[in-house]
Design a protein around this ligand. Structure first.
Ligand SMILES: C[S@@+](CC[C@H](N)C(=O)[O-])C[C@H]1O[C@@H](n2cnc3c(N)ncnc32)[C@H](O)[C@@H]1O
Length: 344
């Protein structure tokens, strides 16, 4: 797309996740470390690759054929090299791997339970693995297993946020904020991105106890860590800290049905000083899903009932007495909305 800044460049990872066969072949090439081997040794004659990655010759030959069809590799005078486009996308390897994993874990829900998803959301909720992956109830009480499970999904959300935050910073000037609260702020990745860019900013991340635990570990070696505090709690039940000039909800409210989401907005309003800004940044309900629907969107398709329109947030903010309400649409892997309002 024209006139897009470099902050959008990360979206090129999706070019390699458009269909299940390409994505699966790429995941296998990453697992076998074939991609790393090519990075270090390319161009590599096919027979050397077959020898190096032994096992069954026909298996590796099939994999190489699929990778070439997927545009991951190309032929270079009879040898194999990574395509220029794929090498560029590899700059976002953390995101590529996270999206591969996210789609892989959730694709069975689509294949096995789509009828339930369409017909009976309750039945889908009982059967689908996606709610098991994002098991927030297991992020409250400490156990080794709960911590491990929490780490797994926080890795996915962190990778998405790392890049979505860069775009967000192009659309909202965080430079005039001093004290921010990120409710459902997860590993602190958004706070980290903002604090890195704005040395005058201090952040508080409010999230479930084990998520905060993972977040503290995540920030351990970051110079900005001493400007980012974690507060453990349940935003639906526990009191939230107050006195902020910015409160953010990034990809958080859509997890909740209207009564809970509106309750969260109301609580967030109380955390703000007069003149402070409330900011919502998350996927919005698409007018139409892209077709063909890319494999990488399967996890987000499963949440199709959760996405709201910007006007639903605008209405709530108006009702809470917010002023200077703005809304922007930002097209990422899906349309996102950025809605802000200023507390009187
Ligand atoms: C979909 S994730 C989004 C995380 C992060 N804001 C991002 O954009 O990557 C939702 C976040 O809300 C947190 N969360 C869920 N229920 C919560 C609750 N009752 N109180 C506080 N945080 C909660 C989750 O732990 C998770 O970090």
């Amino acid at each position: 797309m024209k006139n897009r800044s470099h902050a959008f460049d990360y979206l090129q990872v999706d070019d390699f996740l458009s269909d299940v066969v390409s994505a699966r072949a790429l995941a296998t090439a990453l697992e076998l470390r074939l991609i790393d081997f090519l990075l270090e040794n390319q161009p590599v004659p096919k027979n050397i690759l077959v020898e190096k990655f032994q096992g069954d010759r026909r298996g590796i030959e099939l994999l190489l054929e699929l990778l070439c069809n997927a545009g991951v590799t190309r032929d270079h005078e009879g040898a194999v090299i990574l395509s220029a486009a794929f090498e560029k996308a590899l700059a976002y390897r953390d995101l590529l791997e996270a999206k591969l994993q996210f789609a892989r874990v959730t694709a069975p829900d689509f294949l096995d339970h789509f009828t339930a998803l369409v017909h009976s959301p309750e039945l889908f909720r009982r059967r689908a693995r996606i709610f098991d992956l994002f098991g927030y109830d297991r992020s409250e009480a400490f156990s080794r297993e709960n911590l491990q499970r929490t780490r797994e999904w926080v890795r996915l959300t962190t990778a998405l946020t790392r890049y979505e935050a860069r775009v967000l910073m192009e659309y909202h000037d965080f430079g005039h904020h001093r004290l921010m609260l990120d409710i459902g702020g997860n590993s602190g990745e958004l706070a980290l991105c903002l604090c890195r860019k704005h040395p005058g900013l201090q952040a508080t991340v409010f999230d479930l106890p084990l998520v905060c635990h993972v977040g503290r570990d995540h920030l351990l070696k970051e110079p900005e860590a001493d400007r980012i505090a974690f507060v453990e709690g349940n935003a639906l039940k526990d009191p939230l800290p107050r006195g902020f000039d910015l409160v953010c909800f990034k990809s958080m409210l859509h997890d909740w049905p209207d009564p809970h989401a509106w309750h969260l907005l109301e609580s967030a309003a109380r955390c703000l000083r007069p003149g402070g800004t409330l900011l919502v940044f998350e996927r919005q309900r698409p007018e139409a899903w892209p077709w063909p629907l890319p494999y990488s969107l399967i996890p987000f398709l499963l949440f199709f009932r959760s996405y709201r329109t910007p006007s639903s947030y605008e209405t709530q903010l108006k009702g809470l007495g917010f002023q200077e309400i703005t809304r922007r649409r930002i097209d990422l892997d899906m349309p996102f909305m950025l809605v802000t309002g200023v507390k009187k």
